[in-house]
Design a protein around this ligand. Structure first.
Ligand code: SF4
Ligand code: SF4
Length: 488
């Protein structure tokens, strides 16, 4: 090898070193800017230190380049060893490790025994909202389930599963409770029987508009996004995720109570909307419940219009939203490829983590289905456990592995203690959603981290620890936007 070739190699490596260190400093700077924007004080300090460290290293390196250090024998050794280490570290972090095969199968990957369809009458909200003491349905239900009457009567005495709304922020909760109830009125108004199960518009009559499944899918997904959906996926419905019997009644349509729910729709269009980081950041205070209700209202708006659109094409469609469910949405969302269910029991997406609300439309319109995804969430949840550590009612299990419940593997949540905390705070808490490392804003550095942890199991272990360092193991509630403040 002649010496000019050798020096060319050294010059190229020296230049790559400048690029590598500049990239590190840029990532540190972007993390610093992101943390300031996210109003994360602790992360701002750590990101600032990281940025300053990488910038100092870059300056020292440039000084050494200027003095010709890397043209000397010891300098070349340092340079070559540094380049080898950086390349090895990059390959180690970027390569794709073995996928989670059961995640890639969607919910069937987690079915390990006999699954019984869930009766909506057993659902805690249905029990507390629909059944009035003394009514025929009340007597029938608690004759069959006497063990639940004590819990439910106590809840009714406190004002329902949410207790006295806004209790945690008294005496300054008034405006936020008013806003919460304003949003909540939308799903109620959009849950009348003719709205959730629409007929085609009289101007269109019963004529079907024939579309190929490909075109129908493009139009349905495009329409859903155009009216406000952030994510849309399509699943072939597994009937196990359809409630067996109707239990929630909002419009005095009592003939529906206890009616068997048919499983005649083949497809579910599942929709997710992002929840604001600023509002969820203040969990468990009233801005977080305002944000939940705003997104339930959006879900009602999107799902009922989408159902009407499909009905106008000449097909059956049923909207599923906060005040009308025929299906359990997280498993449908998993099968529709929107994400995986995490330790905290919510759907977790690659795009927004658990910071979403779901709604859906079931239909017999032929559509093209999406494939389930593996973003490494099951593996990450096995290591992280931050939601369990921060849950004020210890409702989230710390078990390493998901366990069998009703024939499926999952991390079970203690509903009774979780709702007990809701009643104490008068909000839907959302602490688990707020502290989850997947809930961070999707700024450049967080996108890069999500990309890496979705690919590589070793990176998951590194970033689970890093999240605790940068954000703390038990983050405190953040200050809400001025218009939603809950303290004077
Ligand atoms: S906080 Fe951690 S353990 Fe809990 S759902 Fe999020 S990633 Fe999983
Ligand atoms: S909502 Fe709150 S109480 Fe319920 S599981 Fe999450 S952190 Fe725990």
């Amino acid at each position: 090898m002649n010496s000019s070739f050798f020096f060319t190699i050294v010059n190229v490596l020296t230049f790559l070193g400048v690029l590598g260190l500049a990239a590190q400093a840029f990532i540190g700077l972007s993390f610093f800017i992101s943390s300031v924007w996210e109003k994360e004080r602790r992360a701002t300090v750590f990101a600032g230190v990281q940025f300053a460290g990488m910038t100092a290293l870059l300056i020292i390196y440039l000084l050494l380049v200027g003095r010709g250090f890397f043209q000397t024998s010891p300098g070349m050794v340092v340079l070559i060893a540094g380049c080898i280490m950086v390349v090895l570290a990059a390959v180690f972090m970027v390569r794709k490790t073995a996928p989670n095969r059961r995640a890639l199968r969607g919910t069937p990957g987690y079915i390990v025994g006999k699954v019984n369809r869930f009766d909506e009458r057993m659902q805690v909200f249905a029990r507390n909202r629909a059944l009035s003491p003394g009514s025929e349905q009340y007597n029938e239900f608690y004759t069959d389930h006497p063990e639940l009457e004590k819990y439910d009567s106590e809840r009714r005495g406190r004002g329902g599963p949410l207790g006295k709304i806004g209790l945690i922020d008294r005496p300054h909760e008034g405006p936020n409770v008013a806003a919460t109830l304003a949003s909540l009125s939308i799903p109620f108004n959009l849950s009348a029987p003719g709205i959730v199960k629409p007929h085609s518009h009289p101007l269109l009559g019963d004529k079907k508009i024939h579309l190929s499944p490909e075109e129908a899918t493009t139009r349905v997904k495009g329409y859903a996004k155009n009216i406000g959906a952030d994510l849309v996926g399509i699943a072939e419905i597994n009937p196990l995720w359809i409630y067996s019997h109707r239990g929630e009644i909002f419009h005095e349509n009592w003939e529906d109570w206890g009616r068997e729910i048919p499983t005649d729709h083949k497809y579910a269009v599942v929709v997710a909307e992002e929840m604001s980081l600023d509002m969820i950041g203040s969990a468990p205070h009233t801005p977080s419940v305002m944000e939940s209700m705003k997104n339930y209202a959006k879900g009602a708006y999107i799902s009922t219009q989408l159902a009407a659109f499909i009905a106008n094409l000449g097909y059956e469609a049923t909207a599923n939203h906060l005040r009308h469910y025929t299906a359990i949405l997280p498993p449908l969302a998993v099968d529709a490829g929107l994400g995986e269910v995490g330790r905290l029991g919510y759907l977790m997406t690659k795009e927004f983590g658990a910071r979403i609300r779901l709604s859906a439309v079931t239909t017999n319109l032929p559509l093209i289905i999406d494939k389930p995804v593996d973003n490494g969430i099951e593996d990450f949840c096995k290591i992280c456990k931050k939601c369990a550590a921060c849950c004020p009612s210890q409702s989230i299990t710390q078990d390493n592995e998901p366990k069998e419940f009703n024939g499926t593997l999952k991390w079970t949540l203690n509903d009774e203690t979780c709702f007990g905390y809701w009643a104490k705070s008068g909000t839907d808490c959302c602490i688990c959603m707020k502290v989850c490392p997947w809930s961070h804003a999707r700024t450049f550095p967080h996108r890069l981290i999500v990309w890496l942890i979705a690919r590589n199991k070793y990176v998951r272990r590194i970033f689970s620890v890093m999240d605790d360092i940068f954000y703390g193991r038990g983050p405190k509630p953040k200050v809400a936007p001025e218009w939603a403040r809950f303290k004077n």
